[in-house]
Design a protein around this ligand. Structure first.
Ligand code: FAD
Length: 399
């Protein structure tokens, strides 16, 4: 048992922090205010080897494990607590890993090098306007026609729609391939969105994460080659659950990074700020809250890195079951966003009126982290359902 990063991981973490401090933190308010991540920031991330880091080396990635990928997610979110840059990173790393694992060689050769060099965006298109939690009920269909795959339907609340249309790229898309079946009738395929005939998109105005868009994708007779199928026909549900485990671990790691940064700045602030003749940090009312926040952050961090460790053990050593990973990841994704939200809120309050200003930058974190409480990469109640199912067994799963 070891609770610290090894020397290599610690060196890597430090170098990523240095990179993020220089290249992302300096642009964080601009990213939120202008509503986009400057392309040179993405290019520099790619140049530093951060984009698609879990993708194997033959496609330009580093073949990094999830502990390493989680370290990166945390460092990026520290630098941009709005979570926008972390989202761009983590969908590519999480779903890129899945595509790397189950995509066809020809599709991987065509798509993944552009993801790792930052030329193209890669995301996940699962949710539909009728609901996101009940994936088995999606109604976007895919059928084989003349050696092509034809997709019809609509996806909604999808991250990166503007980026995918601007830079190119597309989505690991969840589709129904046997409408008679529930989750066993789902498949996954890659769907490009830029200049794709039959694709139309629109963008939502959101409450946060301004630097990355969220939008809709209408899909009308979109044809993609057969080699864009990811994994086996009608087995998409299982691959999607695997992809969600990867992405959720990185989401949770990003939340930890944002919370850590907020708490550190709060600690500095209460040591400096005086009220009633003493630094705020002298008052027990402050110290008790700090102790609670610190303890919650430590607990969440342990859950997050345990989830990453378990994912790595499952993929590398094949000695941990998918069920145990499901449970560990759901625990991390359940706890980390709420912990981060509460810590950022506390620090914002310690800042007094200054905390309420945009300049303080903390409200960006609140708005961003809340997306993960609402449900990006899976709603909180769904994490509880997964934990319950894994503890009690499928026979106790609610209908
Ligand atoms: C900013 C943002 C970005 C997103 N990006 C993407 C993306 O890139 N790709 C993508 O596919 N999706 C994306 N989503 C959608 C996200 O995956 C969904 O929000 C999530 O899956 C929940 O689906 P829903 O919003 O339709 O809520 P619903 O499924 O309608 O659920 C509504 C509420 O009911 C609760 N609930 C649902 N079922 C149960 C149950 N059985 N028991 C108890 N409570 C339940 C949920 O917890 C939730 O609070 C994004 C969402 C946000 C907010």
């Amino acid at each position: 048992m070891d609770f610290s990063f090894n020397e290599e991981q610690e060196l890597f973490r430090k170098s990523v922090r240095e990179f993020c401090t220089k290249n992302i933190a300096t642009r964080a308010s601009e990213i939120d205010e202008k509503g986009e991540i400057p392309h040179e920031v993405l290019e520099s991330m790619a140049g530093f080897g951060l984009l698609g880091i879990t993708i194997s080396e033959e496609y330009g990635g580093s073949g990094a494990d999830f502990t390493t990928a989680a370290i990166v997610a945390g460092e990026i979110a520290r630098a941009d607590i709005s979570m926008a840059t972390a989202v761009y990173y983590l969908v590519g790393a999480g779903w890129g890993f899945l595509m790397n694992r189950y995509g066809t060689r020809i599709a991987k050769e065509e798509i993944l090098p552009d993801v790792t060099t930052g030329k193209k965006f890669l995301g996940i298109a699962s949710t539909e306007a009728s609901g996101g939690s009940d994936i088995a009920s999606i109604s976007t269909t895919m059928e084989k026609r003349n050696e092509r795959l034809v997709i019809n339907g609509a996806k909604s609340f999808i991250s990166g729609v503007r980026e995918a249309t601007r830079y190119g790229g597309g989505y690991v898309t969840v589709v129904k391939t046997d409408p008679q079946l529930s989750h066993k009738g789902l498949s996954l395929c890659y769907m490009p969105v830029k200049d794709t005939s039959g694709v139309t998109t629109s963008i939502f105005k959101q409450m946060g994460r301004e630097g990355i868009s969220t939008g809709t994708i209408d899909i009308n007779n979109v044809e993609v080659p057969e080699h864009y199928l990811i994994g086996e026909w009608n087995s998409g549900f299982y691959y999607a659950m695997e992809g969600f485990n990867c992405a959720r671990t990185l989401v949770a790691a990003a939340c930890i990074g944002a919370a850590e940064k907020a708490l550190e700045s709060g600690i500095e602030y209460i040591k400096e700020r005086h009220a009633f003749g003493a630094p705020l940090a002298k008052y027990e009312g402050m110290q008790f809250q700090l102790a609670d926040d610190y303890t919650r952050l430590e607990s969440a961090r342990l859950l997050v890195y345990k989830a990453a460790w378990m994912l790595d053990r499952m993929y590398v050593e094949d000695r941990i079951s998918q069920n145990d990973v499901n449970k560990a990841v759901a625990c991390a994704k359940l706890v980390a966003p709420t912990t981060a939200f509460d810590i950022i809120k506390d620090v914002l309050t310690w800042y007094g009126a200054y905390g309420y200003t945009r300049e303080a930058g903390l409200e960006r974190g609140l708005r961003g982290v809340y997306s993960y409480i609402i449900g990006a990469e899976g709603a909180q109640n769904i994490m509880k359902l997964i934990i319950g199912r894994e503890i009690l067994g499928k026979e106790f799963a609610p209908h």
